[in-house]
Design a protein around this ligand. Structure first.
Ligand SMILES: *Cc1c(COP(=O)(O)O)cnc(C)c1O
Length: 305
């Protein structure tokens, strides 16, 4: 395929300007200072265990340990946005954990050079309108077989964000529309999840067999995360180790670490990244046009009969 260099450069300029706008918006409305040169990575959706915001947070804990051990990574801002239902205690605990993680990183001189975690409160359509144009990475990491559809994933992709996602819900359609090579796939497939449920799933085995997973879970279990209370978030670790890890976070964590490394490598190659971003925008536009012409013949570029 012929690549239009100047088009890709223009696309990159638009995305960079949108990131600047979003940084300004965050400064003005929340007094949050962002690094517009960092990767803008979003998980924006209602807080729910099946959507696995905690998996995203566990990966951030993994990155913290990698950096402490001397790894150098591209500056990366992880945004979370989403409300929890009033009576949903675990979802609220996950919000608290993510916020504490953000503050902890902020106070660590080494970590705060490359990492930032931001929990954006009060996720609503007007905030989504600010987020989507500025997004570069879209986290669509629900356990395969749990998401009925999803629409946030489509909003991100058509705005040129690259999806890291499981084969779940509308991720499947998006991957078909934009091309498998322009989508960062990871994780168990629905039949594999079903097989685990039949044969019995042992989360503890992943903890014992992977030193990286052990390190992450131990941190969640024992750290005070700056609260002065060691083990403040122990209950979240126990959800995984002792209460069955209902949404298979530990089974998917190693592959998630792998795909996030892929993201990081691809981002180092702006030419490749911009091509993939353009393929997302174009692929989504084309597939939506096809859908409209099927459902409303004659109105939106469909056959005029
Ligand atoms: C799009 C949207 C959602 C739905 O997000 P999913 O990722 O599909 O769950 C929820 N809330 C707001 C404000 C949205 O704009």
């Amino acid at each position: 395929m012929q690549r239009d260099q100047s088009f890709l450069e223009e696309l990159a300029e638009v995305k960079a300007a949108n990131k600047q706008d979003f940084a300004l918006y965050c400064k003005k409305t929340m007094d949050i200072t962002l690094n517009p040169d960092s990767i803008f990575d979003f998980q924006a959706k209602r807080m729910h265990e099946y959507k696995r915001q905690l998996l995203n947070a566990l990966h951030i804990v993994h990155l913290m340990h990698e950096i402490w051990e001397g790894a150098s990574i591209h500056p990366h801002t992880f945004f979370f946005a989403g409300k929890a239902a009033p009576g949903y205690a675990i979802a609220k605990e996950i919000i608290s954990f993510i916020s504490a993680l953000g503050e902890y990183i902020e106070k660590d001189e080494l970590l705060s050079k490359t990492l930032k975690v931001v929990f954006l409160p009060n996720y609503r359509v007007s905030l989504a309108e600010q987020i989507m144009p500025a997004a570069e990475v879209s986290q669509q990491i629900s356990l395969a077989g749990t998401e009925a559809s999803g629409t946030g994933n489509m909003k991100f992709s058509m705005n040129g964000a690259l999806t890291v996602g499981t084969l779940d819900g509308a991720n499947i359609e998006i991957r078909d529309a934009v091309g498998a090579e322009n989508f960062f796939l990871f994780g168990l497939k629905t039949p594999e999840v079903e097989a685990f449920k039949q044969s019995g799933y042992e989360a503890l085995a992943y903890y014992h067999n992977d030193a990286r997973i052990q390190r992450v879970i131990n941190f969640v279990q024992y750290s005070d995360l700056g609260t002065g209370l060691p083990g403040r978030y122990k209950a979240l670790a126990e959800l995984l180790l002792r209460h069955g890890d209902q949404y298979f976070l530990l089974a998917d964590l190693a592959d998630y670490i792998r795909v996030m490394q892929d993201i990081e490598h691809s981002y180092q190659d702006p030419q490749l990244w911009n091509q993939m971003s353009a393929a997302n925008i174009a692929g989504m536009a084309f597939s939506l046009q096809m859908r409209r012409s099927r459902t409303m013949p004659g109105r939106f570029g469909g056959s005029k009969r």
